[in-house]
Design a protein around this ligand. Structure first.
Ligand SMILES: CC(C)(COP(=O)(O)OP(=O)(O)OC[C@H]1O[C@@H](n2cnc3c(N)ncnc32)[C@H](O)[C@@H]1OP(=O)(O)O)[C@@H](O)C(=O)NCCC(=O)NCCS
Length: 226
């Protein structure tokens, strides 16, 4: 039986191993996250808020991890007051991995759900992430858990007090995926406007004049940990 908790000092080595699995074998730029966990645990102050590293533990061993951050690169394209207002609305799953010996028992899903709960708690709308083009098993994993996988260049659009705004990939070989996590909200594909669109129970948001900005592929360094 496994349990979830926020990463703590001492978890750095296990998190590092799982983080490289998540990134397909490379931990480029990952040292600051591991150092931060060893210093202060899994709540890591970063630009626009904090990164959260949640681990799954079984019999004293860390066997899974997820690391979620504000979408710092995307937020960095806005003036600082607007970025601060947008920051709590979206959390980006930067890393997710389960030890190969412990897969297919629901740990990956529970880690995802923990991130979705973080988004709801900060009164945000979207859990997002990036998946490599052609990684069909991973895409299916997310799709079966309620995530929409965007086509290349297809933005995910949502309303803001200052009009609709979109987030998309930056043509880097990755697809954006996203899930609307607040009750009464959902993402729907809008083929006419070539976007995936967040609706609420109250109303459909106006899509006219959408401003779309991209977010690059996930790397630890892009989180600007520290
Ligand atoms: C994706 C991953 C976290 C799932 O962890 P898990 O604990 O096995 O997940 P669960 O037990 O909740 O669900 C198992 C599901 O994963 C699917 N799966 C199996 N191997 C997989 C793989 N290599 N990649 C993606 N999904 C996989 C199973 O088919 C199953 O899907 P289903 O229940 O919809 O049929 C785990 O396979 C993993 O660490 N993969 C490598 C790293 C990775 O791809 N991370 C995501 C980066 S975007």
């Amino acid at each position: 039986m496994s349990s979830l908790r926020i990463a703590a000092p001492g978890d750095g080595r296990a998190v590092s191993r799982l983080a490289s699995i998540s990134l397909g074998g490379t931990l480029e730029g990952g040292a600051p996250l591991i150092e931060a966990i060893e210093r202060q645990g899994g709540v890591v102050p970063i630009r626009f808020g904090q990164g959260s590293c949640i681990v799954a533990e079984s019999e004293g061993h860390v066997i899974g991890m997820v690391y979620a951050v504000p979408p710092v690169d995307w937020l960095g394209t806005f003036p600082s007051d607007r970025a601060a207002a947008l920051a709590p609305r979206i959390l980006q799953i930067e890393l997710l991995a389960v030890d190969p010996d412990h897969r297919e028992t629901g740990i990956g899903q529970r880690l995802l759900e923990a991130v979705e709960e973080l988004v709801r708690k900060q009164r945000g709308y979207l859990a997002i992430g990036k998946v490599q083009a052609g990684a069909f098993a991973t895409m299916r994993f997310y799709r079966r858990r309620g995530y929409s996988i965007a086509g290349r260049g297809e933005p995910i659009v949502f309303g803001t007090g200052r009009g609709p705004l979109g987030i998309s990939d930056v043509d880097d070989g990755y697809h954006l995926f996203a899930k609307a996590v607040q009750p009464g909200t959902k993402l729907s594909r809008d083929p006419q406007n070539n976007c995936i669109f967040l609706t609420t129970a109250q109303h459909s948001l106006d899509r006219g004049g959408v401003e779309v900005k991209g977010t690059p592929r996930p790397t630890l360094s892009s989180s600007r940990v520290g």
